[in-house]
Write a protein that binds this ligand. Sequence first.
Ligand SMILES: [Zn+2]
Ligand SMILES: [Zn+2]
Ligand SMILES: [Zn+2]
Length: 347
Amino acid sequence: MSNQSLPTLDAAKLFDNAVISIQLGIEDFSLATSPSDAGGNPHRALSSVRNLFAGMLLLFKYKIAASVNNPVDAYTIIFNPPSIVPESDDNGGVRWVPDGKFKKTTIDVQGIEQRFKGFGINVDWDAIKQLQDCRNHLEHLHPKHTYGEVGGFVADLFPVLSDFITNELQQVPMDVLGGAWEKMLAHKDFYNEKLAECEDSWQSADIPDGMQTYLDDCNCQMCGSQLIKAADEDLALELTVKQHKDKFKYRCVSCGYADLIAPELYHAFHVANDYDPRDGSEPIYETCYECNHDTFLIFEQECAWCGATLEHNTCSICGQPLTQDEQDNGGLCSADQYTREKFMRED
Ligand SMILES: [Zn+2]
Ligand SMILES: [Zn+2]
Ligand SMILES: [Zn+2]
């Protein structure tokens, strides 16, 4: 069989498609974030994120395809091999045949990660997985609740594309993406500036120390934006989150919506410390005996909301970590406390 009959792949075409997809994504982004009287349309947020994410993956695939000299090799490393499944040979044996549909699919994120490892291509996979999570998350939301989140997506995509085009493609992002790049750059600067203002605003709001870390995961309930500030009016009244959790509000910089911050902090806490009893996982947190919030971290032996700690941390006989429930045993775990009581009864 000659090479002529094997499918080939033109890497340059992948590159062109990548650029077009990213440019379309930025066009959608501009529309999604413009006011409606200026032709804006929040429904474009999802197509923006889809186009941008697809464009980034195409750029990655281009790099993989361009890493080999032969267009046949380029084809085989970008497309998934057909899966081979067993079939009866009608004679009591099996024969292996390619799976029915013959529809060729290209490698996904996981496939790209494998190829990148094999070819020594470096990217920030943590950042890419986060972008992928955000993209998947937006697929399941009502468009109304997504246009704030797309701003964070574009800001986070910026360093990934910038590093990849500069370091791995050895090109200048501005040359590759033109006006779309300028828009991304301006947005990233604007976004990071607003993010810093938001972070500053919480300084005097007195969020409990153990809950601070969850503020980064809080979003506006209306539009999904992470650009949420401590409400000016609450700061002016010198309210604090610690003391006035039923009053203190955030205000969204993207859409202006305001609501209580405490439920967002709890939600972020519970997402971060999630456990599933159905798969046999042990609880990670429980209700705090001091403050009554469901924020007592069992393994840390400390409440994230009020900072309560335990009087006795480990069992004085077996050394096991103790729980809130076991504090009345005077430093013994339940098992050793039981043995001691039994021994005393028999005495
Ligand atoms: Zn909002
Ligand atoms: Zn507590
Ligand atoms: Zn013990």
